[in-house]
Structures are given as C-alpha cells and as structure tokens.
Design a protein around this ligand. Structure first.
Ligand code: FE2
Ligand code: FE2
Length: 213
C-alpha cells in the first residue's frame, strides 16, 4: 500500500506547543514499548531492527525534551506488551501507524522536524512487512494477528481522544480524530488485518463504546 498518501489537516500555529507536549509523552511511550518488546521472544530480524528502532525513539525523545525544556514523567516499570509475536507485531504496527499520523500533522506546523516523520515511516513499513509475513504464514498466527488487530482497533478512538486532549485542540479535535481513524482503518484493511466483514465504520465503533458494548 502507499504509506504516504494523506493530505493532513493544517493546524493553526497556536497548537504547536500542545502538539509538542503530546509528542514528549508519545515518544517516551514509544521508547519504553520498544524496550519492552526487545525483552520478548521475537524473530531474529525483528530483534535486529528493534535495536535501531530504540535508538531512533531515544533520539526523537531527546529532541522533544530539548524543545520543551523538560523530561517526561518517570515510569517505574516498562509497559507490558503481548508475549506472542503476532499480537506484539500488531501492537507495534498499530502504535507506529498512529505515530506516523501524528508526525504527519506535526510537520504541517514544524517542517524542520520532517526527519522524525521519515523515521516513523521506516518503522511503520518494517512492521507492515512483518504483518504481511505473519498473515501469509500459519493459519493460527494469522488468526491471532487478526483478532489482536480488531481488539486494538476497537480501543483506538479512546486512545486518539486521549492524545488530542488539550483545550487549544478543541475546535479541530473531531476532524483530527476522524482523519487519524480513517487512515489507520484503511491501513489495517489494506494489509489484511481487518477483513471486510469485520471492518467497522468509526460511527459504529463509537456507538459501540457509548453503549458499552
Ligand atoms: Fe518516534
Ligand atoms: Fe516510531
């Protein structure tokens, strides 16, 4: 699939600080998740990639720390990640896809940070290849990846809302969330993680959540 097609919403300049602060949190989370993933039993080529991936996320985090002038909140423990590789691959692919959407938004305000977006694209493309490999492999692993993807996708609207929590983002929050969810829905369907009969519109996911289904 084309990983680079979206035309992002342009945010007004007053959103820049809020967006950078969101990135400080998100890059810290990405770094800790990669560290946690490196402790799991993953294929050899993935292990090699995760070493470089960790360096990238560490560098991104340092850039945001310098720009904002503070460090993210400390964490006592690394976040837990799935032990089974197909489920872990979906989680890494999903969060990197989300990171890429936010990085796309970021460069509309800060074109000087384009190298961060380029790195995120490399991360997404690596895990996308791994997802293709899993889906073409054994039936049990493919099924596990699809079940994990559906569960991750169903939680995504709340995750995106959390990331967009800032008063200055209020006027564009709904349009931004919609754009991000549509992009990730399309990506998951094109890779084959969400199949047509399972693919749900955002409206129905939100309705499910509102009704506590
Ligand atoms: Fe990053
Ligand atoms: Fe990344």
């Amino acid at each position: 699939m084309s990983s680079d097609a979206a035309t992002p919403i342009r945010l007004p300049p007053e959103c820049e600080t809020a967006l950078l602060e969101r990135f400080l949190k998100a890059e810290a989370m990405a770094l800790w998740t990669v560290r946690s993933a490196r402790l799991q039993d993953v294929p050899q080529n993935v292990y090699a990639f995760l070493r470089k991936h960790e360096e990238d996320e560490q560098q991104h985090l340092s850039q945001f720390e310098t720009m904002i002038g503070r460090q993210p909140r400390e964490r006592e423990r690394l976040p837990s990640v799935p032990r089974q590789w197909p489920a872990l691959a979906v989680q890494l692919y999903g969060y990197e896809s989300l990171g890429l959407e936010f990085a796309t938004l970021l460069v509309t305000l800060r074109p000087d940070l384009v190298s961060i977006r380029e790195d995120e694209l490399v991360h997404v493309e690596f895990f996308e290849q791994e997802i293709h490999r899993i889906l073409r492999g054994g039936a049990a692993a493919a099924e596990q990846a699809r079940v994990s993807a559906l569960a991750w996708w169903r939680k995504l609207p709340r995750t995106v809302d959390r990331y967009l929590e800032a008063t200055v983002l209020d006027p564009c929050r709904q349009a931004l969330a919609e754009q991000i969810l549509v992009a990730i829905d399309r990506r998951f369907r094109e890779t084959g993680l969400l199949q047509r009969k399972e693919a749900t519109t955002m409206r129905s996911v939100r309705l499910d959540q509102e009704e506590g289904r």
